[in-house]
Design a protein around this ligand. Structure first.
Ligand code: AHG
Ligand code: MN
Ligand code: MN
Length: 359
């Protein structure tokens, strides 16, 4: 029964066979899986583990830290700092890059992560995850901030774990996107979803609709058209989902298609979006592109955005290619003043309140 099963270590060794530092990359990713297993064990204990609730502290972004945010951060650091594989690490939960203790050898890679994504869902027992991105140092010496501020196209690996009914790990080293399921009895991630592909078309979208009044017109137009369904411009019905854990929404999209949006909004003008470029948008963007999907800010490919700061936020739209291209077109049309004035589908001629005159 066990024969013929591909563990994540075997898979990585095979995918990265070749140059020496590729073996180091495989070893680093195996260290990441060790942290992910520790986090999976903590999340699975729920209220019995004493890990639920808040710490009362805030991270650099002004978000209240949950106990599990901090414990997951420690699990990632402890699992990856010792092996001479990383030159440095940065995390959502740390203001500055982690200061790697002097006694540990330095490696070639930078690991950037969101230790627990969707942490508002912990206390209500809804799926959460871990997101990670790996960059390669381009020079010798201790990493400086500029070494971390590199566009997503330079990532050499990226992935996420989802702690759901099953714990899964989804990763890419630039050769497709592959999914592994944790066999809890044996403690191994087993390749169960090789070569994931996102359908190019979809009728499902995910967005936090409570922010609708703050969105830009192209996003309002897109969502209004989807909601108008069969009676509107799109001529077919759409379905919505919103889990409030990016990993969980993204995982659904990898499994059956769909799009996810956390667009720019005017709720807090100081923030150009909700999600962070380096450890949320970039790794998920690479995973999505490697599965044949698209990832955009609405105006630019996410992986081409030049980062300016460690915790920088970006607008995010990703998933099924044809819908993301449509969203980009709506942004272009809006920016160039080409689109017709936006009129809610409720007031168009084919709708309930229409007067027969097309807007
Ligand atoms: P984190 O828990 O790491 O701060 O990230 C939460 C993110 C993302 O996972 C999710 O899609 C989004 O925030 C949910 O935001 P809202 O609560 O505004 O819906
Ligand atoms: Mn997150
Ligand atoms: Mn987080």
């Amino acid at each position: 029964m066990l024969q013929g099963r591909t563990t994540v270590s075997k898979f990585l060794i095979e995918q990265l066979r070749g140059a020496d530092d590729q073996a180091d990359l495989a070893a680093l990713l195996v260290d990441v899986t060790a942290a992910v297993k520790a986090i999976a064990a903590m999340t699975a204990k729920g209220a019995l583990g004493g890990f639920l609730g808040s710490l009362g502290t805030e991270n650099v972004q002004g978000e209240t830290q949950k106990k599990l945010d901090v414990l997951s951060n420690e699990a990632m650091i402890q699992s990856c700092e010792w092996g001479g594989l990383v030159a440095g690490m940065a995390s959502e939960e740390l203001d500055e890059p982690y200061a790697l203790p002097e006694q540990f050898e330095r490696g070639a890679y930078l690991l950037v992560f969101d230790p627990l994504d969707g942490s508002s869902n912990i206390d209500v027992n809804v799926s959460v995850g871990t997101i990670f991105s790996v960059l390669r140092m381009t020079r010798l010496g201790e990493p400086q901030m500029a070494d971390y501020l590199r566009p997503g196209l330079e990532q050499v690996a990226a992935g996420y774990a989802i702690y759901g009914p099953a714990t899964m790990l989804v990763l890419t080293v630039g050769k497709g996107t592959h999914g592994f399921t944790l066999d809890r009895e044996i403690g191994n991630f087993i390749l169960t979803h090789p070569d994931l592909r996102i359908p190019e078309d979809t009728s499902e979208f995910a967005i936090n609709a409570s922010n609708e009044r703050f969105w830009e017109p192209p996003v309002q137009r897109y969502v209004a058209e989807c909601k108008a369904g069969k009676t509107g411009d799109r001529g077919r019905d759409f379905n919505t989902r919103w889990i409030a854990s990016m990993v969980a929404d993204v995982h659904r999209i990898l499994m059956r298609g769909g799009i996810f949006m956390y667009p720019r909004d005017t709720k807090d003008p100081a923030r150009p979006g909700r999600l962070r470029l380096l450890y949320e948008a970039n790794p998920i963007g690479m995973i999505i592109e490697q599965a044949g999907g698209a990832a955009s800010t609405g105006r630019q490919r996410i992986l081409e955005v030049q980062p300016e700061s460690l915790h920088q936020r970006v607008p995010v739209m990703l998933g099924s290619k044809n819908e993301i291209e449509r969203l980009e077109r709506y942004h272009r049309e809006y920016d160039s003043g080409l689109d017709k004035p936006f009129v809610s589908p409720l007031f168009k001629d084919r709708s309930l309140f229409g007067d027969g005159v097309r807007a």
